[in-house]
Write a protein of this length. Structure first.
Length: 375
């Protein structure tokens, strides 16, 4: 493990794209280093592991198009099929009267209003026939090494011992066992914090584990996919090489739909253009993940394979300057149709990014909707 890098050791990236008018600090795994997994649920390795800190050029995605404009966008516009992510202007009922900022912390309202309208948006952007929301994640805290994610649904940390939650209402219990999951909504632990470490939530194996282990409802919904994959594996075939062309199961993908709840003044989300990363830039790591929705007493976990990254000179990074609540990022995490193309399989590396001079701004507030899309 490397020692923590000081600000004076930050390396300025000289090979910035001419398009990049902004610069931000991104954290990578140093060359030759094997990161140690975090003991905390849902958490990446400790910040000390990310000792290669780069001041990287950032390409602003403004102006942000509507869905209709995205379909006819000029060449070079960030698109899921090319970059691994896109940005769209997408108003939501939740930002109009009679709803208020407090409404974003009401799971019942989110299920009634935000989930269906966002699922419909994903269908329009991707062409998927079915979209199933698996989780909503609220982030509202300044970064900390272990945040509300570590104690979601009463799961404890190996370092801190089992968490003894206060008496929960039936509504809270239903949220913790239900589907979709609501993470960062606990009055006891508050919202999660930004993730200032370059990562991709799922390597291909991690995405497939996620279907099988994350939540019983997810596994049931994904049954046709899982059965097709298991058939190919039983025949000794490679899922990467054979699944998409076999015709046995549908195309499927995992996405994150990222929306700020107020104008972003600090820690914006930056996304790496998947075409500009080398295969050697991806660093596999295990993330400890709880088995959710099983029972209130269950503390079982499973290992999810994710990716961290090493820096290389050709990488291009995008963000939206002072992103507004109507401006939404659609982030690819995995796509079975693109599994053969690259090691990232349609996913894109991303990270919150430190912009110079924003350290004293108020905490970023955002909501992330995770979903499974099926064609």
């Amino acid at each position: 493990m490397s020692s923590t890098t000081t600000l004076s050791q930050v390396i300025s990236t000289s090979a910035r794209s001419s398009e990049a008018q902004w610069r931000g600090k991104l954290r990578y795994i140093p060359p030759g280093q094997t990161p140690t997994p975090s003991p905390h649920n849902f958490h990446l390795p400790a910040m000390a592991e990310f000792g290669d800190v780069r001041l990287q050029g950032l390409i602003d995605m403004r102006p942000v198009p509507t869905i209709a404009e995205l379909r006819n966008a000029k060449e070079g516009t960030a698109q899921l099929a090319t970059h691994g992510f896109t940005a769209i202007r997408h108003p939501t009922t939740m930002n109009s009267p009679p709803y208020s900022p407090a409404s974003w912390k009401e799971p019942t309202l989110l299920k009634q209003l935000y989930v269906p309208e966002t699922e419909e948006m994903v269908k329009q952007v991707t062409g998927a026939k079915t979209v199933i929301t698996e989780a909503l994640l609220l982030r509202s805290a300044i970064w900390s090494e272990a945040d509300a994610l570590a104690t979601h649904a009463g799961h404890g940390d190996q370092e801190g011992g089992e968490v003894k939650p206060a008496e929960k209402s039936q509504a809270e219990k239903d949220l913790e066992l239900g589907f979709p999951q609501f993470i960062g909504f606990s009055p006891q632990h508050g919202g999660a914090s930004p993730a200032p470490k370059v990562h991709l939530d799922y390597a291909p194996n991690g995405a497939r584990t996620h279907l099988r282990k994350y939540h019983p409802t997810m596994t049931a919904v994904a049954k046709p996919i899982i059965e097709a994959e298991e058939k190919l594996l039983a025949e000794g075939k490679s899922l990467r090489d054979e699944y998409a062309s076999s015709g046995l199961g549908p195309r499927w993908a995992l996405y994150s739909i990222w929306r700020p709840l107020k104008r972003v003044r600090r820690d914006p989300l930056a996304l790496g253009d998947a075409r500009t990363f080398l295969e050697s830039d991806y660093v596999p790591v295990i993330v400890k993940t709880p088995n959710l929705g099983v029972s209130e007493e269950s503390k079982e976990t499973h290992d999810t394979e994710s990716y961290l990254a090493r820096w290389s000179s050709g990488q291009k990074w995008y963000f939206i300057s002072e992103q507004e609540p109507e401006e939404v990022l659609v982030i690819g995490l995995f796509d079975s149709e693109r599994d053969k193309e690259t090691v990232a399989a349609g996913g894109t590396l991303h990270s919150s990014v430190d912009l110079e001079g924003t350290e004293n701004e108020e905490a970023r507030e955002s909501i992330e909707l995770r979903c499974l899309a099926i064609w």
